[in-house]
Design a protein around this ligand. Structure first.
Ligand SMILES: [Mg+2]
Length: 116
């Protein structure tokens, strides 16, 4: 039986091949997507300090991280050629399908009608 370490070594795509295959557009998308995730982690840490450590919310830091997230999200949207308005419209359409009459219910959240 294969152990976990061997499995990862066998299945993880070779970094040299990835580097050969990607172009500048791909690098931009990866940069922006990693940026969204990293900044989301920074925002989460700011919220953790308030909720778990019971410190006052550092609004200056929260605004900074929200702005950083917006930066990377806009860069990602530009990279794939969609606008913020298109994303918001898609989100409204999705949640309108999930929540009949735009009313939250636990059942609708569990059923996720938009995914059926
Ligand atoms: Mg930041």
């Amino acid at each position: 039986m294969i152990n976990h370490s061997e499995m990862v070594r066998a299945l993880a795509k070779n970094g040299e091949i990835i580097a050969q295959e990607i172009d500048g557009d791909d690098a931009h998308l990866m940069h922006m997507a990693v940026g969204v995730s990293g900044e989301a982690g920074e925002l989460l840490d700011a919220i953790k300090k308030k909720v778990i450590y019971r410190k006052p919310l550092n609004m200056e830091n929260v605004l900074e991280e929200l702005g950083d997230i917006e930066f990377y999200m806009e860069g990602l949207r530009q990279g794939i050629g969609v606008t913020r308005d298109e994303c918001l419209a898609a989100n409204i359409a999705k949640l309108g399908k999930r929540y009949e009459g735009m009313q939250y219910t636990d059942k609708a959240a569990q059923v996720r009608a938009d995914k059926a």
